[in-house]
Design a protein around this ligand. Structure first.
Ligand SMILES: *Cc1c(COP(=O)(O)O)cnc(C)c1O
Length: 353
């Protein structure tokens, strides 16, 4: 069969299991950290769809530069943050170049490495004083032994924890021969913690951003890579010639207008308030063992019997993300913060346990 002609490492690959793939008859989707409300688009019309798009739409780049507080030449637009991550690996790694990441973390890091057949080193988070802490010492030791790309997720999916800023600075200063990627997919929920200001100081820093989470635009596939101009230059050589569809660019430009940015800020504030209520309600439930403090639009919850809770919610059409196979996360489930009404439905369903 022709599928046997596929590369050996692709035949062995366990693909990313996204919520949309695994199915389920969901009525309440709280498994992909999407914004609960869709954007209401106004005043958009699509001209020039017969033409190839601009490789990098300047109007979007300008607006994102202003939003992120970095110069335009430090930005590359991608088809979502996921393309940015893979692009960095394709650009900087060849056979035998090691990639380091820290589980439990975003599952796509492993999948991207496996797709590209790159050797991986995993330095697990430590569990100290009831929280997840990056193992800085072991990371630095591994970097000394040769690591081409380090992938850090901040805030971390699925734990919701932040990496100490000084830790990131220590790693950046130490790892001059290593590209340090800081994935800020959820940074809008903890904006003061962005390391975008460190780009001026470190040319080995790459930041991944997306419009999929706080901006509520997972459907258009828009992300950004922030890095020094020389790094952006080499990424430009590798990215597809016309990566950004015209409709995506036009919607992204709309999304980055001042009034929508103000709207996103309000919606983030609402999510943070809803998260607080949701966490308080969770803590009153007998089936809940622990709710981890979160800096993002989801919470990680440890239950007495995680699988039973997952199955029961699934039966009720409430789709959440089971984390039980991840390092340190037995009986843990990641639940996106939905609308107040959706969060209440989760609490009501869990009360029956
Ligand atoms: C959602 C997410 C992304 C990127 O998602 P895109 O939809 O591809 O922009 C990147 N990193 C993390 C940690 C995420 O959770």
């Amino acid at each position: 069969m022709s599928k046997n002609l596929a590369n050996r490492h692709i035949r062995l690959l366990q693909p990313y299991s996204s919520a949309r793939k695994i199915g389920g008859r969901g009525t309440i989707w709280l498994n992909a950290n999407e914004r609960p409300t869709p954007p209401v688009l106004t005043g958009l019309s699509f001209d020039d769809l017969n033409r190839y798009p601009k490789p990098q739409p300047a109007c979007v780049i300008d607006k994102y530069a202003r939003y992120a507080g970095v110069p335009c030449q430090n930005i590359l637009m991608t088809r979502g943050g996921d393309e940015g991550i893979e692009l960095v690996l394709r650009t900087f790694c060849e056979a035998y170049d090691k990639v380091l990441y820290c589980p439990p973390t975003y599952g796509m890091y492993q999948v991207s490495c496996e797709t590209l057949n790159l050797p991986q080193i995993s330095v697990p988070y430590l569990y100290q004083n009831s929280t997840f802490v990056l193992d800085e010492q072991t990371i630095l030791q591994n970097i000394d032994d040769g690591v081409k790309v380090l992938l850090l997720c901040n805030p971390n999916n699925p734990t919701g924890t932040m990496i100490d800023r000084q830790t990131i600075i220590n790693i950046l200063s130490h790892a001059k021969q290593t590209i340090v990627v800081v994935d800020e997919a959820y940074i809008e929920f903890s904006l003061a913690d962005s390391v975008a200001d460190l780009l001026a100081q470190f040319d080995n820093l790459i930041i991944i951003r997306t419009l999929s989470k706080a901006f509520g635009l997972a459907g258009i596939r828009a992300g950004f890579v922030l890095a020094n101009a020389s790094v952006i230059g080499v990424l430009q050589k590798v990215i597809a010639p016309y990566p950004i569809p015209t409709p995506t660019a036009m919607i992204a430009r709309w999304a980055l207008a001042d009034d929508n940015i103000a709207f996103v800020k309000d919606s983030v504030a609402q999510t943070l308030a809803d998260r607080k209520d949701f966490v308080n309600d969770l803590m009153t439930l007998p089936c809940v063992q622990k709710v981890y403090a979160s800096h993002a639009n989801f919470v990680l919850v440890k239950f007495k019997d995680g699988q039973a809770v997952f199955d029961a919610l699934w039966q009720k059409g409430i789709i959440v993300r089971n984390q039980h196979t991840a390092h340190l996360l037995q009986d843990c489930i990641r639940i996106s913060i939905g609308s107040a009404c959706q969060n209440r439905a989760v609490i009501d369903a869990l009360r029956l346990f």
